[in-house]
Design a protein around this ligand. Structure first.
Ligand code: ATP
Length: 333
C-alpha cells in the first residue's frame, strides 16, 4: 500500500540534502508518495505564518514527515518551526543516535550512544516576556507528565535496543524545583525497569565526562535545552553535524530530520554532506515498516565510510553533495 509522507525541503542546504534523499528513495522504488509542503520563511511569504494550515493538515493526515532544516531567525522574527511542529503534534521524544562509522577517522573510537531529549517544554516552551526595556524573562516549564513520558520512552527504547544504562542529565543543584520534578519522574519510571541502570549527572560535569570518556555512555536522557546542546556536542564526537540524525516521535505522528541546521554559509555550493538527512530517511523507512530498504541505505553509507574515498568537505574530502548521492545509489545496486 502506498505510504504518504509529508516532505519539507527547508532552507539553506535543505533543498540539496532533501533532493539527495528523494533520489535515493526513488531509486529504491519505495512505494512512497511525497506530499511537498512549505515552512518557515517561504510559508511566511505565502501565508503570513511560518507553520501554515496546509502543512499541519498534511502531517495530521500522513502522520509521518521528512523535514529539511528550516532557518530560525536569531533573536527576532518568527518562532522556530521545529519547536512549533514538535509542540503542535506533541512529538515528545527526540531520539538522536551517535555512533562511530568504521573507517571514518575522528578523535574518538567506540562511541555508541543515544541522546534522548524531551522535546515539547523546558526552556523551549516559548513563554518569554519583556519586563521594561532592560529585562526579559524566559520560563522553563517542566511537568511531571512530560518528564515521565520521555523517561518511559527512554527505558522502553533501552529494553528494545538492548541498551544497559540511562544517564539523566540535570542541574538540580541550582534549578531545584524544575529539575527535581524531572528527576523524580525519571526515578519513579526507573523503578519499573530494574534491568536498566539509572545514573544521574549534573549537566556541566557530564559535558566534561562525555568528551573525556564518551565510550562510558549509553543513553543520555535530558530536558529540552540540555538535550539540544549535548546532541551537538555528541555529533562532534563522531565527525560533526553532517552525520547525525534526529527522530521526533509522538503518539500520533513522527518527523524525521537531520540534527544540523540550514547551514546558510554553504548553501547552494553542492558541498553539504547529505549523510544525516539520508540516515534520517532510512530511519523513517524503518519506522514505516520498510526494514529492508532502511538497512540497505545504512549499509551503503557504512560501506562508503569504510572505503574512505568518497568524503564530503566537512569530513576532509572533496566530494560534492550530488556526487556523494550518486555513490550511495551505486552501492544500492
Ligand atoms: P541554522 O540557523 O539553520 O541553525 P547554522 O548555520 O547556524 O544554521 P548549522 O546549520 O547547524 O547551524 O551548522 C553549523 C555549521 O556546521 C555550518 O556553518 C556548516 O558549516 C556546518 N554544517 C552543518 N550541517 C552540515 C552539513 N550537512 N554538511 C556540511 N557542513 C554542515
Amino acid at each position: 500500500m502506498t505510504k504518504n509522507v509529508t516532505l519539507i525541503y527547508g532552507d539553506g542546504i535543505g533543498p540539496e540534502v532533501i533532493r539527495s534523499v528523494v533520489d535515493i528513495i526513488e531509486f529504491l522504488g519505495c512505494d512512497i508518495n511525497f506530499d511537498t509542503q512549505i515552512a518557515g520563511l517561504e510559508s511566511v511569504k505565502k501565508y503570513d505564518k511560518p507553520i501554515n494550515d496546509k502543512l499541519i493538515e498534511s502531517i495530521r493526515e500522513n502522520k509521518v514527515a521528512l523535514k529539511g532544516p528550516v532557518t530560525t531567525p536569531v533573536g527576532r522574527g518568527f518562532r522556530s518551526v521545529n519547536v512549533g511542529l514538535r509542540q503542535e503534534f506533541n512529538l515528545y521524544a527526540n531520539v538522536r543516535p551517535v555512533k562511530n562509522f568504521e573507517g571514518l577517522k575522528c578523535r574518538y573510537e567506540n562511541v555508541d550512544l543515544v541522546v534522548m531529549r524531551e522535546n515539547t517544554e523546558g526552556l523551549y516552551s516559548g513563554v518569554e516576556r519583556k519586563e521594561g526595556e532592560e529585562k526579559a524573562v524566559s520560563e522553563r516549564i517542566i511537568t511531571k507528565k512530560a518528564s515521565e513520558d520521555i523517561a518511559r520512552y527512554a527505558f522502553e527504547y533501552a529494553r528494545k535496543e538492548n541498551r544497559k544504562k540511562i544517564t539523566a542529565l540535570h542541574k538540580a543543584n541550582i534549578l531545584k524545583l524544575t529539575d527535581r520534578i524531572f528527576l523524580d519522574a525519571v526515578e519513579s519510571v526507573a523503578g519499573e525497569y530494574k534491568d536498566i541502570e539509572l545514573e544521574e549527572m549534573i549537566i556541566d560535569a557530564a559535558c566534561m565526562n562525555i568528551v573525556m570518556h564518551p565510550e562510558k555512555y549509553d543513553i543520555l536522557l535530558a530536558t529540552n535545552l540540555f538535550g539540544d546542546i549535548i546532541s551537538d556536542l555528541c555529533a562532534g564526537l563522531i565527525g560533526g553535524l553532517g552525520l547525525t540524525t534526529g527522530a521526533n516521535i509522538g503518539k500520533d505522528a513522527a518527523i524525521f530530520e537531520a540534527v544540523h541546521g540550514s547551514a546558510p554559509d554553504i548553501a547552494g555550493t553542492n558541498s553539504a554532506n547529505p549523510t544525516a538527512c539520508i540516515l534520517a530517511a532510512s530511519d523513517m523507512l524503518g519506522y514505516l515498516g520498510l526494514k529492508e530498504e532502511c538497512t540497505k541505505i545504512k549499509r551503503a553509507i557504512e560501506d562508503i565510510f569504510k572505503d574512505g574515498k568518497t568524503l564530503t568537505k566537512d569530513l576532509g574530502g572533496n566530494c560534492g553533495t550530488k556526487e556523494f548521492t550518486r555513490e550511495v545509489i551505486a552501492r544500492l545496486k
